[in-house]
Design a protein around this ligand. Structure first.
Ligand code: A3P
Length: 288
């Protein structure tokens, strides 16, 4: 399918038509944020689905009912997607939602509210690899071509939600103060329990040691992969073909090392370094 049939543009960002429409974007723009809302913000392929599992469990004291009975996209809906209008009224307070939008495009009631935000970032090299496989299995995205071709598109921002660098810069430069918590995918991989504790504190919640152990265990890749409410197995094969690549694919940090040649790595580093150099932002993976 030609890419104009697959995507629509929102402020220059490419969004897949399968889950975005003019109506869904109007809903997004005019959404009335409430003070107790909780947002998870991510650039695509940075751990969004993982957070759709984690945050409800942290907020409800470790009750597995929602994560075992409601698909992730309705449990913690994307505010900009077409399902938001259908499920928002069904969410119990505090409402929890995800978004891939840039900070300055958020609804006007967002910054004036007291809503909390968890921003999850991931090494862009692993984001690229994850996205490459996602484009192979998702029929609603364009064919990624070769890995090198896809890298060029990624670096030029001709991919879902634009450039990775614009996304992270936009969300690091906010006036949200202590309303925003920055976390990384790598931190979750390294010490999931510790990361859950950090999020709990930020959300002002408590949980018994036993409950936290159970939540941690449940959210491990090997276990989450088997949760049909979170592994996208409910999506028809014509839409997401898991025989090409599973949605919960590898779930590790550093898979990029299996995909980047030294030349591609040098090219990637150079572009990202230039775009980040005046931002003053550093990430744990910068030294890798
Ligand atoms: P990989 O393709 O590298 O495996 P998103 O949800 O933002 O689209 O991100 C998808 C990525 O997060 C995939 O990465 C997926 O496997 C990974 N992921 C999802 N749940 C995870 C978990 N419990 N542990 C580790 N990685 C997870």
């Amino acid at each position: 399918m030609a890419s104009e049939d697959l995507y629509l543009y929102f402020h220059g960002l490419l969004l897949p038509k399968i889950v975005h429409s003019e109506d869904s974007l109007n809903y997004f723009r005019t959404f009335r944020v409430q003070d107790d809302d909780v947002f998870v913000i991510s650039y695509p392929k940075s751990g969004t689905t993982w957070m759709q599992e984690i945050v409800p469990l942290l907020l409800n004291g470790g009750d597995f009912t929602p994560v075992e009975s409601i698909p992730n996209w309705d449990r913690v809906p994307w505010l900009e997607e077409t399902r938001a209008v259908l499920v928002m009224d069904k969410l119990r307070a505090p409402r929890t939602m995800v978004s891939h939008m840039l900070y300055h495009l958020m609804p006007s009631t967002f910054s004036s509210s007291k809503a909390k935000v968890i921003y999850i970032a991931r090494n862009p090299k692993d984001v690229l690899v994850s996205s490459f496989y996602f484009h192979q299995m998702a029929s609603f995205l364009d064919d990624p071509g070769t890995f090198e071709e896809f890298m060029d598109k990624f670096l030029a921002g001709q991919v879902l939600f634009g450039k990775w660098t614009d996304h992270v810069k936009s969300w690091r430069n906010t006036d949200l103060g202590d309303r925003i918590l920055y976390i990384t995918y790598e931190e979750l991989i390294q010490d999931l329990r510790g990361a859950l504790e950090r999020m709990l504190r930020f959300l002002g919640r408590q949980m018994s040691e036993e409950a936290l152990d159970r939540v941690t265990e449940h959210c491990l890749f090997k276990n989450m992969k088997n949760n049909n409410m979170s592994n996208y197995s409910l999506v028809p094969q014509e839409v997401m073909d898991s025989s090409k690549s599973a949605f919960l694919r590898k779930g590790i940090a550093g898979d990029w090392k299996n995909h980047f040649s030294p030349e591609l790595e040098a090219k990637f580093n150079e572009v990202i370094r230039k775009e980040m150099e005046e931002s003053g932002i550093s990430f744990p993976w910068d030294e890798e």
